[in-house]
Write a protein that binds this ligand. Structure first.
Ligand code: BES
Ligand code: MN
Ligand code: ZN
Length: 478
């Protein structure tokens, strides 16, 4: 979707007035009859009112402006789905929003919800044209929103769209090699550097975790390095983002059941999609922050040569891991990427991974888990970014006892232990590969939806991009 700021006076067939629920209706905009009708509708608690003027279609969207905070912003995002449906039934291909509330964050949230709601994944339908949402362009006239802010909204939502599409693509299209192709192309489009290590390079680097997970697959793994390094970077040492790129997780020999489990595991590269999406945003907006993305990618399959429960592998940093459950594969490929990150002496490393089902047991679909060794102020900054973007974070502890739970009888550590505390023991496993300030985000709960949630359609959500973009802006540029 294209979105632009328009000067006052711009006219479109489809116009939406953003009005405060708490304010008077401006008489100049509407006839007496119309005003009466709008007031009646408002009385009935209809927050979206449609006025059919035949040659033009007007909408009035009432938004709460009392006690503005992150919750009222989220409500605005969600409410935007109403007009989306309407516009579709009218086959409208554009909408002009006129902001009469003049609260920047609220207006931007409404527009954001509208754009994100309009996403579709319809590549695999013959009747795409029929299925396609009609809305293509969004115009805004607002005294409080700048061109730069509109551009930012455009770039961020575009990145979320792309992440969603990558997640929604099945593995018979999006293999590790294809993922690398897409990342290369994205780098080319957005102006960041991409280097892809193939299997022989991965072998030479002794990335034993990534190679082990890949052993049961017919398709080679890849290790992707994305870099945005502006000359005016505010940080001396890079910020590193690591994304789990399991293009499909069957569980390997510790095979997952199909129904409601394996069948959605094309989404197991959601962390990778977030990392690539976020770096595309930083590069397109030319943010003065040096960022490196690391994406280990492979599918996890039970092929003839697959790793076996009981196997002991040597990771990139030399640690020996007893693989007791081949379905705990994420931590194996991430362990290699996290230890590879040490060579950059990073200022901060943030990994994003659909790592544990236990994380969903904890928070349902309404957030993600955060852990790490950074302490304050970064933890609070991340959580605040979580509220602002409504990609909320819940912190779990990193107590030593959970580290004891992954001690192995035959090797340095094991990749799986008893179920209890499963999200934390996964985090403790990753910690063994870090020697720098580090944050782990387990996005398994919020990365993929089985049914629509307001402006998040069924399927890939694209979680992590808006969250970390907000964090980065505040942390480095405020
Ligand atoms: N990719 C899964 C985690 C997952 C589950 C993501 C459900 C999204 C939805 C991960 O690789 C996995 O299988 N984890 C295991 C770990 C266990 C074997 C220690 C799990 O959570 O069951
Ligand atoms: Mn798994
Ligand atoms: Zn997985």
């Amino acid at each position: 979707m294209n979105s632009y700021l328009k000067p006052t006076g711009y006219k479109s067939v489809y116009t939406l007035y953003l009005l405060s629920k708490q304010a008077e209706i401006l008489p100049a905009l509407f006839s007496e009859d119309e005003t009466r009708f709008i007031l009646q509708e408002k009385e009935k608690k209809h927050d979206l009112v449609h006025l059919n003027r035949l040659s033009s279609q007007l909408f009035i969207q009432f938004l709460d402006t009392e006690n503005l905070n992150y919750k009222t912003n989220e409500k605005a995002r969600s409410e935007a789905s109403g007009v989306c449906k309407k516009l579709n039934s009218l086959k409208a291909n554009e909408l002009h929003i006129i902001d009469l509330i003049e609260e920047k964050a609220l207006t931007l949230a409404y527009a954001e919800g509208l754009i994100l709601n309009n996403y579709q994944f319809i590549k695999y339908y013959k009747n795409q044209e029929e299925k396609k949402n009609s809305l293509e362009s969004l115009f805004i006239t607002s005294p409080v929103v700048s061109d730069d802010e509109m551009h930012e909204l455009q770039v961020v939502t575009e990145a979320v769209y792309r992440a969603r599409t990558w997640i929604n693509e099945p593995v018979n299209y999006l293999t590790a090699v294809q993922l690398s192709e897409e990342i290369r192309e994205l780098g080319h489009q957005c102006g960041f550097q991409v280097e892809v290590f193939d299997k022989s390079r991965i072998k030479a680097l002794k990335m034993g975790g990534l190679l082990a997970v890949n052993k049961g697959s017919q398709d080679p793994p890849s290790f992707n390095i994305l870099e945005w390094k502006p000359t005016n970077a505010k940080n001396e040492q890079p910020l590193i983002l690591v994304g789990k790129g399991v293009t499909y997780d069957t569980g390997g020999l510790s095979l997952k059941p199909t129904s409601n489990s394996m069948d959605y595991m094309k989404s197991d590269m959601s962390g990778a999609a977030a990392v690539a999406g976020l770096i595309s945003v930083l590069a397109q907006l030319k943010l003065p922050v040096h960022v490196i993305g690391l994406i280990p990618a492979t599918d996890n399959r039970p092929g003839e040569n697959a790793i076996t429960p009981g196997d002991i592998i040597e990771m990139h940093n030399g640690l020996f891991v007893e693989v007791l459950n081949t379905d705990a594969e994420g931590r194996l490929i991430l362990g290699d990427a996290l230890s590879y990150a040490q060579r950059y002496q990073p200022e901060l490393v943030i990994d994003l991974a659909t790592l544990t089902g236990a994380a969903s047991v904890t928070v349902g679909i309404y957030g993600s888990i955060v852990m790490g060794n950074v302490g304050e102020p970064i933890m609070t900054e991340l959580k605040n970014a979580g509220f602002e973007t409504y990609e909320r974070l819940v912190e779990l502890p990193m107590w030593d006892e959970y580290g004891d739970m992954i001690k192995s009888d035959v090797a340095d550590i094991k990749n799986s232990t008893k179920r209890d505390g499963g999200t934390i023991t996964a985090g403790k496993f990753l910690e063994r590969f870090t020697d720098y300030p580090w944050v782990h985000l387990d996005i398994a709960p919020s990365a993929f939806l089985h049914s629509n949630e307001n402006y998040k359609p069924q399927g890939g959500v694209g979680v992590g991009i808006r969250l970390l973009f907000e964090f980065i802006k505040k942390h480095y540029l405020a």
